[in-house]
Design a protein around this ligand. Structure first.
Ligand code: EPU
Length: 434
């Protein structure tokens, strides 16, 4: 048996929703705790499957884990000498496992981390991680499916220039460089809020990093770091998901836990679609947020995905869903992942009119979508199909919901709270014909 989401549409979302910490930050914050022995605590942690996988990974490296999913905190007790091997069994479940590579090489001068392999959104190379660690003095080889990194005499500061502002490579290299001997400069780094969050936590642990939030980081190595208590930045992709869900469904949704300051280009596009967006200021970051009132029918939008502060690739399925029901023709250009189109085939089953040409998706809005059975191929595609299901008439059944639950906490409960008719239903597995 497997579970599916069953949605009855069309619905207009109304109400308030709170977003907790960013999946793509919290997993790296947890990995970064490996850099200091002792008890570190991360708060504002979302209750999602990927956090549980990272808990398991750290536990297998010898850390004591105390995860309070409801309270949103994880305490990690890092031993004096953590293990250095991340098995394929866990890495294959979650690509972000690769983020233990930098901290382990930096602190233990050795790591064996399984290579994650490709996934449903593209091949996703790791050459910049490898080359950067080599520049810091590690020997890195591929051995039976594992990255094996060795730096018997420790890492040494170096000048590194990334050919592309890779999120994962930036994180791994900063985490490796904080304990290196001397100064490391990294040019053309990613500037995502999650990178800022990780650098901020490293500084709280005693690291010396200049240029946080810019394209150039200067890291002056220190001999040791100390444990920390850090609050994770809010999840701008989940917040963006709710914003688009409101815009698409002619809704009125208040989103708390993420400010508009970390959604720069997203707000412009929501406004272009005819939505009204209002900031909600509050000193408490868990209360600050924004309200999105959707138009009766969205205007089509033109979006090109780019590294931050450009429009995030992780929100592209929601742009396509919006354009699918818009009054005219919209365009989405995907510049980061070559294979993020599997979602489009599924959306077509709901009646969307999308044509793909290279990295462009031309979408002609239709008057209404009609419910059907569809399958999620990755986390954002899955959430995008649920959003499309909200506006489709009749019943939409989304399978592959494990993907969605990797990154969206209490998704069904939150949608229900906003007035959607959605339930989780057990379904027999499909018969495999031989
Ligand atoms: N790339 C290389 N070589 C490298 C590193 C990256 O060729 O050494 C290429 C990748 O193949 C890809 C592009 O560069 O085409 C972007 O990769 P990047 O390293 O920036 O992304 P990532 O670290 O693998 C993170 C998020 C993704 C998000 C991207 C872009 C995590 C765990 N994942 O991936 O999030 O789409 O940054 O913002 O932080 C998601 O949450 O659904 C998700 C896929």
């Amino acid at each position: 048996m497997s579970q599916v989401f069953v949605i009855e549409g069309p619905t207009s979302l109304q109400g308030e929703v709170t977003v907790r910490g960013a999946k793509n930050s919290v997993l790296k914050l947890m990995a970064a705790t490996l850099l200091a022995p002792g008890v570190s605590t991360v708060s504002n942690v979302p209750d999602i499957a990927d956090v549980r996988i990272m808990c398991e990974l750290l536990s297998r490296l010898g850390c004591g884990i105390d995860y309070d999913a409801a309270g949103g905190t994880v305490r990690i007790d890092v031993p004096a000498a953590p293990g250095t091997t991340a098995d394929y069994e866990l890495v294959r479940l979650m690509r972000a496992s690769i983020s233990v590579l930098g901290p382990l090489v930096g602190r233990m001068h050795a790591a064996e981390v399984a290579v994650p392999g490709g996934d449903a959104i593209g091949s996703r190379g790791l050459d910049m991680h490898q080359r950067g660690l080599e520049q810091l003095g590690a020997q890195v080889s591929l051995d039976h499916g594992y990255f094996v990194a060795r730096a018997p005499r420790g890492l040494t500061g170096a000048d590194i220039a990334l050919p592309f502002p890779s999120v994962g490579a930036t994180e791994n290299l900063v985490m490796a460089a904080v304990l290196a001997d001397g100064v490391t400069t990294i040019e053309n780094v990613a500037k995502e809020p999650e990178i800022v969050d990780i650098c901020t936590m490293l500084v709280e642990m005693g690291a010396r990093i200049e240029g946080i939030g810019s394209s150039r980081l200067v890291v002056t190595g220190v001999p040791e770091l100390h444990p920390v208590a850090h609050r994770c930045v809010g999840d701008r992709i989940v917040a963006g998901t709710w914003a688009f869900a409101s815009a698409v469904t002619a809704g009125d949704v208040t989103v708390r836990g993420v400010g508009l300051d970390i959604l720069p280009n997203v707000v412009d596009k929501l406004l272009e679609s005819g939505a009204q967006v209002t900031a909600i200021e509050d000193e408490d970051p868990a209360r600050a947020g924004f309200r999105v009132v959707g138009p009766a029918r969205p205007q089509p939008i033109r979006v090109s995905t780019l590294p931050y502060p450009g429009f995030p690739t992780d929100l592209q399925p929601f742009v396509i869903a919006l354009n699918a029901c818009a009054d005219g023709v919209g365009l989405l250009t995907e510049n980061l992942f070559e294979a993020r189109w599997r979602f489009v085939n599924e959306l077509s089953r709901l009646g969307a009119q999308v044509s793909i040409d290279g990295n462009h998706a031309l979408v002609t809005g239709v008057d209404s979508l009609s419910g059907a059975e569809v399958e999620a191929s990755d986390i954002r595609a899955g959430a995008g199909l649920v959003v499309a299901g909200l506006i489709a008439t009749g019943t939409t059944e989304v399978s592959g919901i494990d993907h969605i639950e990797r990154g969206y906490e209490h998704f069904v409960e939150k949608l229900t709270g906003l007035g959607a008719t959605i339930s989780r239903v057990e379904k027999p597995d499909p018969v495999i014909l031989r």
